[in-house]
Design a protein around this ligand. Structure first.
Ligand SMILES: C[S@@+](CC[C@H](N)C(=O)[O-])C[C@H]1O[C@@H](n2cnc3c(N)ncnc32)[C@H](O)[C@@H]1O
Length: 195
């Protein structure tokens, strides 16, 4: 049977995510990052910024059991264990995250992305602003020695953001997971060993 000219076959990551019950293919980006960096261990406390539709939160909660998870997004994911805060990250204060976790975080991770407009420079700047907000929250809620992950779009301010992470963490690295689409400008900055 013809599927028509507009038909696009789901990529292997999308099919795997669906088969394993994850809400988004982006779960495999986090999986690669945490495996390469040794993150998400049993008992960890984790903040997930931009958590909708919930695949990162789900993977994290499976790995950190019996730890604690708090997610923040404008939209609410379904069926994720832990606490959910339905608000913009710009309106969330560190004390709320610490209360929800019951103590300082071992990891703050951000997969936040603004709605893209096609204006590459504007999208980059909005993305960097979200990553900087995540880094600021991490400076208040991540324990000394803890870790930070943020999505960034390539662009003029990406290196300066990387330097900010390097200044606050013993090690900083850029990771472009295999599940990131080839044409995508996104990568992740990972800081480990918060000073
Ligand atoms: C790529 S999705 C995250 C996918 C998620 N990591 C997962 O695997 O299911 C990006 C998310 O960032 C959220 N976001 C964008 N701006 C935000 C803001 N100001 N505050 C909170 N969340 C925001 C969007 O609502 C969107 O759900």
């Amino acid at each position: 049977m013809s599927r028509g000219r507009g038909y696009k076959k789901a990529d292997p990551y999308t099919r795997r995510a669906k088969a394993q019950g994850y809400a988004a293919r982006s779960v495999f980006k986090l999986e690669e990052i945490v495996e390469r960096c040794g993150l998400l261990n049993p008992g960890d406390r984790v903040v997930d910024l931009g958590c909708y539709p919930g695949s990162w939160s789900r993977l994290a909660s499976e790995r950190i059991e019996p730890g604690a998870l708090v997610g923040v997004d404008l939209s609410e994911p379904q069926g994720i264990p832990g606490t959910f805060i339905a608000r913009s990250v710009y309106e969330v204060e560190p004390a709320e995250l610490l209360d929800a976790l019951g103590g300082p975080a071992d990891l703050l991770m951000s997969d936040m992305a603004p709605p893209t407009t096609g204006d590459r420079k504007g999208d980059h700047l909005r993305q960097i602003a979200l990553a900087e907000r995540a880094l600021w929250l991490a400076s208040a809620v991540v324990r000394p020695g803890g870790a930070f992950i943020a999505k960034v779009f390539e662009g003029a301010d990406a290196q300066a953001f990387f330097e900010q992470v390097r200044a606050g963490y013993a090690t900083a690295r850029r990771i472009k997971p295999k599940a990131t689409r080839q044409q995508s400008v996104e990568f992740f900055v990972v800081g480990q060993g918060r000073q």
